[in-house]
Design a protein around this ligand. Structure first.
Ligand SMILES: Cc1cc2nc3c(=O)[nH]c(=O)nc-3n(C[C@H](O)[C@H](O)[C@H](O)COP(=O)(O)OP(=O)(O)OC[C@H]3O[C@@H](n4cnc5c(N)ncnc54)[C@H](O)[C@@H]3O)c2cc1C
Length: 411
């Protein structure tokens, strides 16, 4: 007789979900029956390499480790030029807002932020695109493990087996264990109340317990977006200095906005830099955080182009030098599968909330012998890692952690 293998359904084919599935499958084909259900049509989640103007661009994660946040100092104070000092401070604040995803830095719990750790090692980009890492993870799974177009909309975890109900009438799936890797944004939308019918929300039956709901509600989940611009020299651009027939190179602009910026729209003033994606490239990138990032998602392309051109004209004096041909931007906040970009420890929350995010359900110990009950719903994803939250390595490590939890359970 062949023993029935425990069935594990991983929800979400982002880095956390794929890491969990890979670890479970690597334990041996006889250990678990593993499926990954993904609402979208692709794997990778917040890792997404796209094509734009002949370049590979990263719409989500860029760095293989998180960039070190810049200190919020305005450099050497220049007493005569208080205005410049303020502008520099605002520039650094914009950088910090992007690094943390907090719209307003006063919303950050600085003590808890101190628990955040940079992953040791160099910060690198992946020349063939971050999505290649995802491709490798998918390729390590048995064919057919990842199933696309299955959006979980109700999770009945009242008893074993757990039952997963999907949108659009796809058949219900029963599982001994579910590893849930959806974003903190999706979990926030799932809390009910005024957001009960929010796009992307999952109905939990029974509702998530109080400790989990509170952790979800307290932690911060901000918006960070990227704007890629294809640029070309303006018709009226002067010859580059030095001449020599060399094509002009788009400059690395780090922008301290000062009084002269009335013609620059408010949302453009939230970016710290407009830089070519590499020296000499005709594709430039600007990062936005918070309300500016959210607003950027709502604008038509021509308004974005006008805003960037006005900014370039302000920062590069003389006749217009550069014009934006077209733009491509991310839209993480309005995508119901993400509802934001990455998490931060908001004032009122703490590292313990990140640990609570990681706790499986039902909560133990329940049995007389003090052993934890079998975990029916397990949680992975960047927002469940106490020290590396907001990163791909947090996502990866959290997926492995939950797979290990199940391996341990069946030890
Ligand atoms: C603009 C931006 C820049 C970033 N830069 C970096 C960086 O440089 N370095 C770094 O380390 N990290 C960076 N990050 C963060 C990093 O991308 C994320 O932390 C990581 O990818 C999160 O992975 P995850 O598996 O936890 O979640 P996700 O990638 O969100 O995966 C969750 C999956 O669940 C799916 N899903 C959602 N709802 C459902 C449902 N109801 N049913 C089924 N499936 C569902 C989603 O479609 C998604 O595929 C960046 C993120 C953004 C947005």
């Amino acid at each position: 007789m062949v023993a029935k293998k425990p069935r594990v359904v991983v929800v979400g084919a982002g880095v956390a979900g794929l890491a969990a599935a890979c670890r479970l499958c690597a334990a041996g084909a006889d250990r678990f029956e593993v499926a990954v259900v993904e609402a979208g049509a692709r794997a990778g989640g917040r890792v997404l390499t796209a094509e734009f103007a002949g370049h590979r661009v990263e719409m989500g994660a860029t760095w293989a480790v998180r960039p070190t946040p810049a200190g919020a100092t305005a450099g050497e104070a220049n007493k005569e030029l208080e205005e410049i000092e303020e502008a520099l401070l605002a520039m650094h604040i914009n950088r910090e807002r992007t690094d943390t995803s907090a719209d307003d830095l006063s919303a950050l719990d600085l003590a808890a932020e101190g628990e955040y750790r940079d992953f040791p090692g160099e910060h690198v980009t992946i020349p063939s695109g971050y999505s290649r890492v995802v491709d490798h993870l998918v390729a390590a799974l048995p064919p057919g493990t990842v199933r696309f177009g299955l959006r979980l909309h109700r999770l009945d975890w009242s008893e074993a087996p757990v039952r997963l109900h999907f949108a659009d009438g796809a058949p219900v799936i029963a599982a001994d264990h579910v590893i849930l890797t959806v974003s903190l944004g999706v979990l926030k939308a799932s809390l009910g109340g005024k957001d009960a019918s929010a796009a992307g929300a999952i109905a939990f039956d029974p509702p998530l317990p109080q400790f989990k709901r509170e952790a979800v509600a307290r932690l911060g989940f901000g918006v960070v977006n990227k704007l890629f611009m294809e640029v070309e020299p303006a018709a009226e651009a002067p010859e580059p200095e030095g001449g020599g027939g060399q094509p002009p190179e788009f400059p690395f602009l780090h922008m301290a906005f000062r009084g002269h910026v009335s013609q620059i729209p408010w949302w453009m003033r939230g970016t710290e830099s407009i830089c070519p994606v590499h020296a000499g490239s005709r594709v430039a990138l600007a990062w936005f955080a918070g309300r500016e990032a959210a607003h950027l998602e709502s604008l038509p392309d021509d308004e974005v182009v006008r805003g960037v051109n006005a900014t370039l004209d302000s920062f590069l004096p003389g006749p217009p030098r550069w014009r934006v041909k077209r733009v491509k931007r991310s839209g993480w906040a309005s995508d119901p599968l993400f509802l934001g970009s990455y998490s931060y420890v908001a004032v009122g929350s703490s590292g313990e909330d990140l640990d609570r995010m990681a706790e499986p359900l039902p909560r133990g110990p329940a049995a007389a012998d003090g052993r934890a009950p079998p975990p029916r719903v397990l949680f992975a994803g960047e927002a469940t890692h106490r020290t590396y939250y907001s990163t791909t390595h947090a996502a990866y490590l959290s997926g492995v952690r939950e797979a290990e939890r199940l391996l341990q359970h069946y030890h």
